[in-house]
Ligand binder design. Structure first.
Ligand SMILES: Cc1ncc(COP(=O)(O)O)c(C=O)c1O
Length: 415
C-alpha cells in the first residue's frame, strides 16, 4: 500500500529504549545532547517577540511566493550587518525551515535517482530529506588531521553522470568545521568543471569560536584564525565568510532563525541563490513556482522577521558565552586524564570526544545512560568513520554540563 521511499525502520533504536526505561524509573539524567535552545534556560526578550507576532498587517492575505518583501529585506539586512554582504532580496526565498529549503533545492536540481554528494560525518536528517525527494546521497568523507578537511580525492571518485551538486555544512554539525577559504576555491573549481551546484547549510555560521569582534569580552577560543575581513560591524576570518555571495558557480545558501536567533519554533528559514547571473535568474524562477505551490509561510511570522532577527544579538551572545564556558570546562576536565580527547572545533554548538574503543558507540552510550545517568550522542548517529566518538552539546546549562562530563569521564578512569 505504501511507497518504498517511506519504508523506514521505524522501531525505536536501543539507545532511545534505554533512555525511556531510565525515565520511566524516574532516574535523573544529565542530558548532554540538548539542542533545543528554547529549553536551555536562555533569556529571551519575551515581550518583544510576542508583540512582533501581533502586527495588524497580518490580517491581510498577500500571497508572495518568495515571501513578503519586507521579510526578505530584513534577511538581506542581516547579511549586510553581520557579514558585510549586499544581497538582492529578489534572490532570497523564505521557507518554513531549512529542511523545507533543502527539499525545494533538491526538487529543483534532481530527477528521481539523481545524486548529491554529502559530507560524512554530518547532519543525520539528510537521509530522510533525500528519501522524500527520491534523491540518492553519496557521502564524501571529511578527514580529521588536527582539524577537519574535505577529501577532494574522494569527492572526485564519488562523482557520476547523475551527480547534480555538492552539499557542504558551514560549519558542519557536529564536527564544528568551516569550509576553509582554500577548500572553497577548490570546491568552486570542482563544481564549475563538472556543472554542479553547491548547496551550503550555514545555520551555525554565526557561532564561530574565533569571532572575537562580534562577541567582545567573551573568553577567547583556543585557535586564532587570520582576520581578513572587516567593516560594517562584520569581522570574519577568511574561513568563516558566508557563501551567500559565492559567485563562481550556482550556489544555494540555506539558513534560518532556528539557530541564528535560536527560535526554531517560529519556522522561518531561507534560501539565497547566487552565482552566474543567468543561472540565478533561471533557478529563482523555478524555485518561485515550487514555493508558490505550497505558500507555507504564514503572515504573522513574516511581519515579525525584522524583530525576530534582531533577537540574535542578545541570544547569540548568551549562547557563545555558554559554548565557550562549556568548552573550557571540557578542556579542564580532559586535562586531568589521558583516556579521552576532544577534537578541534571551530564553531557551532557541539564538541566531539575521541574515546577508547571497547565496544560500539551505541553500546557505550547505552551504558552511560544506564550506569552513569548521562545522555550523549554516539558518533554513529552522524556517520563517523568508526567507533570511538561521542558528541556532546555545548549549549546546555554550565552546572549540568560540568556534572555530565564528570560522569562521562569517570567511565574511562580505569580503561
Ligand atoms: C546542520 C543543520 N541544518 C539544519 C538544521 C535545522 O534547521 P531548521 O530548523 O531550520 O530546519 C539543523 C538542526 O539541528 C542542523 O544541525
Amino acid at each position: 500500500m505504501f511507497s518504498n521511499r517511506t519504508n523506514w525502520q521505524l522501531a525505536q533504536n536501543r539507545l532511545t529504549r534505554a533512555l525511556e526505561h531510565a525515565r520511566a524509573q524516574k532516574l535523573k539524567l544529565v542530558d548532554l545532547t540538548i539542542s533545543n535552545p528554547t529549553r536551555a534556560g536562555l533569556h529571551y526578550d519575551e515581550r518583544a517577540i510576542l508583540a512582533a507576532l501581533a502586527d495588524p498587517r497580518s490580517l491581510d492575505y498577500d500571497p508572495q511566493a518568495k515571501g513578503l518583501l519586507a521579510a526578505r529585506e530584513a534577511v538581506a539586512g542581516y547579511y549586510r550587518a553581520e557579514h558585510g554582504l549586499e544581497l538582492d532580496a529578489e534572490n532570497i526565498i523564505l521557507t518554513a525551515s531549512t529542511s523545507e529549503g533543502y527539499s525545494y533545492v533538491f526538487r529543483l536540481l534532481c530527477n528521481a535517482g539523481d545524486e548529491l554528494l554529502v559530507p560524512k560525518p554530518s547532519y543525520p536528517l539528510f537521509e530522510f530529506l533525500a528519501d522524500l525527494q527520491d534523491v540518492r546521497l553519496v557521502p564524501y568523507p571529511l578527514i580529521y588531521d588536527h582539524g577537519w578537511q574535505m577529501d577532494f580525492h574522494s569527492l572526485e571518485k564519488a562523482v557520476t553522470a547523475r551527480t547534480r551538486g555538492v552539499v557542504v555544512v558551514h560549519p558542519n554539525n557536529p564536527t564544528g568545521s568551516y569550509v576553509s577559504a582554500g577548500e572553497r576555491e577548490q570546491l568552486n573549481g570542482f563544481c564549475r568543471e563538472r556543472g554542479l551546484a553547491v548547496v551550503v547549510d550555514e545555520v551555525f555560521l554565526d557561532y564561530g569560536l574565533d569571532d572575537e569582534a562580534r562577541f567582545p569580552g567573551l573568553a577567547k577560543a583556543a585557535r586564532p584564525f587570520d582576520k581578513l575581513r572587516a567593516g560594517s560591524g562584520a569581522s570574519h576570518s577568511a574561513d568563516t565568510v558566508s557563501f551567500a555571495e559565492n559567485g563562481e558557480v550556482l550556489t544555494f545558501t540555506l539558513s534560518g532563525l532556528s539557530k541564528i536567533a535560536a527560535l526554531p519554533q517560529m519556522k522561518v528559514a531561507w534560501v539565497v541563490a547566487s552565482g552566474p547571473g543567468d543561472e540565478v535568474v533561471a533557478a529563482m524562477a523555478r524555485l518561485e513556482v515550487i514555493a508558490d505551490t505550497y505558500l507555507s509561510m504564514n503572515a504573522p511570522v513574516q511581519w515579525a522577521v525584522p524583530v525576530l532577527l534582531e533577537q540574535r544579538k542578545n541570544i547569540q551572545r548568551q549562547l557563545m558565552a555558554r559554548v565557550r564556558a562549556n568548552l573550557a570546562e571540557l578542556d579542564l576536565q580532559l586535562a586531568g586524564q589521558t583516556a579521552c580527547e576532544r577534537l578541534e572545533v571551530q564553531g557551532g554548538w557541539y564538541a566531539v570526544l575521541r574515546v577508547p574503543v571497547t565496544r560500539s558507540d551505541e553500546e557505550l552510550a547505552i551504558e552511560l545512560v544506564e550506569e552513569k545517568r548521562v545522555l550523549v550522542h554516539p558518533g554513529h548517529f552522524y556517520d563517523f568513520p568508526g567507533d570511538g566518538y561521542l558528541v556532546v552539546s555545548l549549549i546546555g546549562d554550565e552546572g549540568e554540563f560540568r556534572e555530565g562530563i564528570e560522569r562521562t569521564l569517570t567511565r574511562f578512569l580505569n580503561g
